[in-house]
Design a protein around this ligand. Sequence first.
Ligand code: RET
Length: 280
Amino acid sequence: MIEPAVAELLTLAQTGGELTQPEVYQRIQDDALLNLSFWANIALAGLSILLFVYMGRNVTDQRAQLIFVSTLMVPLVSISSYTGLASGLTISFLEMPAGHALAGEEVLTMWGRYLTWALSTPMILLALGLLAGSNMKNLFTVIVTDIGMCVTGLAAALTTSSYALRWFWYIISCAFFLVVLYILLVEWPKDAEANGTAEIFNTLKLLTVVLWLGYPIFWALGAEGIAVLDVAITSWAYSALDIGAKYIFAYLLLRWVVNNEGIVGNVTSTSLGAAAPADD
Ligand code: RET
């Protein structure tokens, strides 16, 4: 009969030292604070989906409908993202490289977050671009650079070969983020001004910029960066930022769109190489 400890070593040898999904799941269950950070968001995303479908039931204008669809995608992606985390599917324990504060230790990495941000954040930007009346060039640029930011952020979190390269990925991700910030802060306010949506756009822009800046800060302070914050605290920080950047953002946007469908219907976006036709 094999001793349990020996059996565990044998399993670890067979799986290359990686934990199986039920083992990851068990570790999440054992950390009540971490688990709650996931389930709080699953509940909020579920409620938001129901609320937004209800709010949009009478919207007829095409641009307003498109804003609704892209905004509704945010809690839909979110409920999937947090289910992936809560089940252990999109969490791994990764051994940090030399130079990291937790070098040699297996650190819980919620890589599913970065992956699903690549789907949810473009939807937030699409909704904002439609509200401002963005041209195609800026809309395309903001969406591809945003996806670039999330994918390189994922690479930063998953790199275990070199501590310096983790930070190199982080810097690339920040460079993409700067382009997103430029369009949000410089380009789109002009479009929103011209289209009569400046007031709500500027409120949402401020909410977005302030909250989005929190993500790279918590990444850097959390276990993936310099590790001054514990994993559960970092997870709660992301979950709290998510609540503002997704649900509160979406609610404010959709409530305004429902009450101002006429204004949204008159928003014009210039397409590539052509000015918008006169609206007469
Ligand atoms: C990372 C780390 C690398 C550097 C940068 C980051 C930025 C992340 C942002 C995430 C926003 C997420 C939202 C999710 C909503 O579903 C990847 C943390 C710049 C800005 C709003």
